[in-house]
Design a protein around this ligand. Sequence first.
Ligand code: IMP
Ligand code: MG
Length: 185
Amino acid sequence: MSAAMSDDPPIGEILVQPDQLKERVRALGAQISADYEGRDLLLVGVLKGATFFLADLMRKITAPCELDFMALASYGSQTDSSGVVRILKDLDAPIEGRDVLIVEDIVDSGLTLQYLLRNLGARDPASLEVCSLLTKPERRKADVPIKYIGFEIPNRFAIGYGLDHAERWRNLPYVASLLRPESGS
Ligand code: IMP
Ligand code: MG
């Protein structure tokens, strides 16, 4: 039976192992702690994919920090965003004068992040930077500045550690490639 016909989970090769995730999150937390000491750090998590990374990262940050969330919907197929973005849930509070760090799961085309940077930038934060667990440089359509990057991955659809395909597989403790990207659920 071919892979496309089986009922097995569509988990391909492992791209980032749990111990690599743990070590990189620790290092990013240390770097962010040093960079934001004495400032007014607000982490903005992008729902839902970034929540696993964010929860681990925030516990490695020793500088005082607060947390808010945004939820965005990007029109497009299950595996390609169009760049046309809609806000499903906005921030609870204004960010004027604050040091904002956007925490993303993955930057793929960069179109969602480009929209978010423009939208939040217009609210006059003191600073606005991005921390993304993963990046797929080969897929980039928009040139977006990412100050903190966990891992560069190849041009594969990734699942696990918060990343989903059709809302499933977020609970995997590692990041893997999806075996059958266009198979639906
Ligand atoms: P972009 O606008 O193309 O950069 O993609 C934006 C969003 O699409 C990311 O924040 C993810 O939520 C989702 N996404 C992009 N690539 C992947 C992937 O490989 N696995 C899971 N979600 C992805
Ligand atoms: Mg996302």
